[in-house]
Design a protein around this ligand. Sequence first.
Ligand SMILES: [Zn+2]
Length: 81
Amino acid sequence: MQTTLPTAFCPACKRDVVLHADLDPSGAWCYGCLRCGGAVDPTENQRRNRSAKALVAMGYDIDGEAAGGGCSSGSCGCSKS
Ligand SMILES: [Zn+2]
C-alpha cells in the first residue's frame, strides 16, 4: 500500500504544500499548511493526495513518522473525546 498525504495550494507559501489535518472543537476537519502553519481551505485550493515519493520530489523530507503516523499517532494534536 502506498502512502499518500493530502496537499493543496498555500497562498502564503505560493506553492503546493502538505496539509496537516485536525479536528476542530465542533468535530469538523480543518486543514493547515505544514510549512507556514497558515490555514488552507482544501476545497478552494485543489486538495489532492500525493505519494510520499512525489513529495520527496517536491523537496519534502518524508520520514517514517510523517509518512505513516499522522493523526493516529497523536503527533498532530488531535484529541478524540
Ligand atoms: Zn504555507
